[in-house]
Design a protein around this ligand. Sequence first.
Ligand code: ADP
Ligand code: MG
Ligand code: MG
Length: 301
Amino acid sequence: MATLEIKNLHASVAEEGGEEILHGVNLEVNSGEIHALMGPNGSGKSTTAKIIAGHPAYEVTDGEVLLHIEEDEFEGVDIDDDQLTWNLLELEPNERAALGIFLGFQYPAEIEGVTMVNFLRTALNAKLEEREELFEGEDGDDEVEEAGYDTSPMEGNVDDGEVGVAEFQGILQEKMEILDMDEKFAHRYLNAGFSGGEKKQNEVLQAAILEPSIAVLDEIDSGLDIDRLQDVSDGINALRDEQGTGILQITHYQRVLDYVEPDHVHVMLDGKIAKSGDASLAEELEDKGYDWVREEVYETA
Ligand code: ADP
Ligand code: MG
Ligand code: MG
């Protein structure tokens, strides 16, 4: 189990006199739960996601973003008591990822001739290596090696701690079956021009390979036709059902929630969570729009 805890988060645009965008966001997402973060354009949803990801455009002026993990969170990794809570805002994006936060697919811009499968294997190995460094400390590796211990981060890995080509093939196959994806997909080249919908499917596939505790998916539903929306949604449900990933699904539209049923729905207005509820809140929003929440909030304020 892991919990992403956002506490009283205030953030501004990172420039002199930068305007405050988030005015005290509170949100808790456990692994295994699906949370929908909804709200009108400009309410601060993407800013929240980018701050979780460590985007340099924003400065956090107050509050915290914490990740709580349990002792048995990562197979084969020995976690000390003082490593159970992490202050994400102090960590680099790749360290956050190594701790089990997934923040959307990054397309490497200038790499020619790299297939999806190679890219995904590299991403998985980078994450495992980073994780080992985080839990062993800066130069723990050397000490461990000198003492003659096996430093591989997972069982069944090849000697250098990397997931090898053959082993990765097995992992990929298993994940593509779970996601009901065609394996041909993984052998396409990164720069070969994926369609918008295929890019979203790549995002889900990458999340399946990296097995995050918490995945933040910002507008993964935007611009998808209904068939592709169904496929991507099935993939998101599989992440939760098959590997217990907690999902923070950011969306402007109620439509995707017909396919991915959230346990919790939060409405963001003007840089704050204005209202939270269960799936029925999303239906209410579809009927009545966001102005209804705004009226309710300002009446009782
Ligand atoms: P949402 O994702 O809910 O549509 P955003 O988080 O993208 O909203 O934006 C929230 C508000 O912050 C908007 O008014 C937007 O213009 C502003 N904003 C976001 N990022 C920046 C930035 N880098 N520089 C200036 N203003 C920004
Ligand atoms: Mg947005
Ligand atoms: Mg350790």
